[in-house]
Design a protein around this ligand. Structure first.
Ligand SMILES: *[C@@H]1O[C@H](CO)[C@@H](O)[C@H](O)[C@H]1NC(C)=O
Ligand SMILES: *[C@@H]1O[C@H](CO)[C@@H](O)[C@H](O)[C@H]1NC(C)=O
Length: 519
């Protein structure tokens, strides 16, 4: 009896769904995000298949899911592999800016990635046939891989949701009908906050416009089942039941969103504190304060200019009471840091565990979204030194909360400035208090990102497409949307009325003038 009761509760509380998570091995942060999403669904009792074709070879060695066991790999074609090799970390952004003129080029690049991934899939139909047998209820993918849409058609999956591992990207948000005003919503690649000068607004508008013209997705794919048929992915994107974005309303710039946009920023920050290895424990005990410095796994510390390395090391030397833990990927450290006792170099650092440790005082980071989310949750004051891509935006986003200081990558060579910033972040209590407040907000959000994701995914798997959430505004033209047509008509009417009154008045004056003369 008890057993049956238990069973009914189990069945009524969650109907298990078959969910396909499509995430080619392309970027470490992308895979981390999707792996976490897959695990959350698995943990809730759903049957999750993670389909993760290889693009960048080195990520094949990582296991991005812990609970999800059904992971399907697919090798890259030689051409896709060659494209993948281009993605692997390069150091040129240490001393160079991403230029708007590169947008057409990067658009072509992303299109070639998606196109070639599409070709690889079409050459492996037996694998797809196997997947099709699982009869998925829902597909989850990221908009850089719109080749998931012909895949969805072939697998006869009725509904999909999009998940973005980045915080914000204007063209896909605009495609689903979200208002994206360049006056106060900084684009992914814009180095501004929500308070922009006239020039910054111009730059932001140009960036968004360029991204609208130079799309990251190919215009169409050929269907797998019928090579004569074309599939237009961007026309299908608005059919997404939900769009999950890695943006958190308590961290990101406030803006108007639509109900289809579910903000689950920070969902990949794991809250279960792993235990620090003994070696790290001892390092943290060496001095009063500890300072972690890492530029992530794409732009490497070893590729920074020599001048910057010398300057950073010199600044650190001024704080004998602080241990600096520097993620540094080479062993040539004696060239710029010889004899400096308080720097601990390491090719790899347990970043999350260190940030969670009470003995760690502050963090210097490139501002990758993963690190920004982590440091926000862990409540440590930070120095943001953005290098490229969305990091400029991420840095401004975090600095707005008063727990961080931003420093330009070009200022790293200025040892005195670096020293001043480190001193402020370590000894000015206001940064610590602000960082802690942000962390408290995130840990006590009214609805956790995990619940938001799970409930909405189950809803999408159950009810499939949700046309009720599709705003009509996305089909409007510019004139209609901004009511320029109405404004023009009103202007014309007002002008005509004014002219009419003017001439009427003139006529009245003339007549009354004549009458006065007559009298
Ligand atoms: C999920 O997987 C289990 C074990 O493979 C299977 O018994 C069950 O029928 C699957 N659920 C669905 C909804 O297909
Ligand atoms: C940051 O500090 C400024 C100035 O003190 C204050 O106006 C602002 O509200 C603070 N921002 C946050 C997010 O607390």
């Amino acid at each position: 009896m008890k057993y049956i009761l238990f069973l009914t509760i189990l069945i009524s509380s969650t109907t298990p769904y078959n969910i396909l998570v499509f995430c080619p091995l392309f970027g470490h942060s992308h895979s981390t995000f999707f792996g976490r999403l897959a695990d959350i669904l698995t943990e809730a009792g759903h049957n999750v298949t993670m389909f993760t074709p290889t693009i960048v070879d080195e990520f094949r060695n990582f296991s991005y899911t812990k609970l999800t066991k059904d992971v399907v790999y697919l090798d890259a074609s030689p051409k896709l592999k060659a494209i993948g090799d281009l993605i692997a970390g390069n150091g040129r952004y240490w001393s160079q800016e991403f230029s708007l003129l590169e947008i057409p080029q990067s658009s072509r690049f992303f299109q070639s990635v998606a196109n070639e991934q599409h070709n690889v899939l079409s050459e492996n139909l037996p694998l797809l046939d196997k997947l099709k047998k699982k009869q998925f209820d829902l597909l989850l993918f990221e908009t850089i891989f719109t080749c998931a849409i012909p895949l969805m058609d072939y697998l006869e999956i009725k509904a999909f949701a999009v998940a973005q591992s980045i915080a914000f990207e204007s063209s896909s948000m605009r495609a689903i009908g979200e208002p994206v005003m360049p006056s106060h919503i900084p684009d992914l690649l814009t180095p501004s906050s929500d308070r922009m000068s006239l020039y910054e607004r111009l730059l932001n508008t140009v960036t968004q416009t360029l991204q609208t013209f130079y799309k990251f997705s190919p215009e169409y794919y050929t269907s797998y089942s019928n090579p004569e048929e074309r599939v237009y992915p961007l026309q299908r994107l608005p059919d997404a039941s939900f769009v999950f974005t890695n943006s958190n309303p308590y961290v990101d710039f406030p803006r108007a969103t639509i109900a289809k946009n579910i903000q689950i920023g920070g969902i990949s920050v794991s809250m279960e504190a792993g235990k620090l290895e003994k070696e790290w424990d001892q390092i943290l005990n060496l001095r009063n304060k500890n300072f972690l410095i890492s530029f992530g796994s794409v732009t490497l510390s070893k590729d920074m200019t020599f001048e910057s390395k010398v300057s950073l090391a010199r600044a650190m030397k001024q704080f004998p009471d602080v241990t600096f833990i520097w993620k540094y990927e080479d062993s040539d450290t004696d060239k710029f840091a010889e004899g400096i006792q308080n720097i601990h170099f390491s090719k790899w650092v347990p970043q999350r565990e260190l940030l969670a440790d009470a003995r760690l005082s502050a963090f210097m980071t490139h501002g990758g979204l993963g690190s920004v989310n982590e440091v926000s949750y862990m409540g440590k004051p930070s120095i943001m030194c953005p290098i490229m891509g969305d990091q400029m935006r991420n840095a401004k986003m975090l600095v707005r909360h008063n727990g961080s200081i931003e420093i330009s990558k070009y200022d790293l060579g200025n040892s005195e400035l670096v020293e001043e910033v480190i001193r402020k972040i370590l000894y000015d209590e206001s940064y610590k208090i602000a960082a802690q407040r942000l962390s408290d907000h995130l840990r006590n959000q009214p609805v956790s990102p995990k619940d938001l994701f799970l409930k909405h995914t189950e809803f999408a798997a159950r009810f499939e497409k949700l046309p009720s959430l599709d705003p009509y505004s996305r089909q409007m033209g510019v004139l209609e949307y901004f009511m320029i047509d109405l404004a023009l008509i009103v202007t014309v009417i007002v002008v005509v009325l004014c002219l009419f009154l003017y001439f009427l008045l003139k006529l009245v004056c003339r007549i009354s003038g004549k009458r006065m003369k007559v009298e």
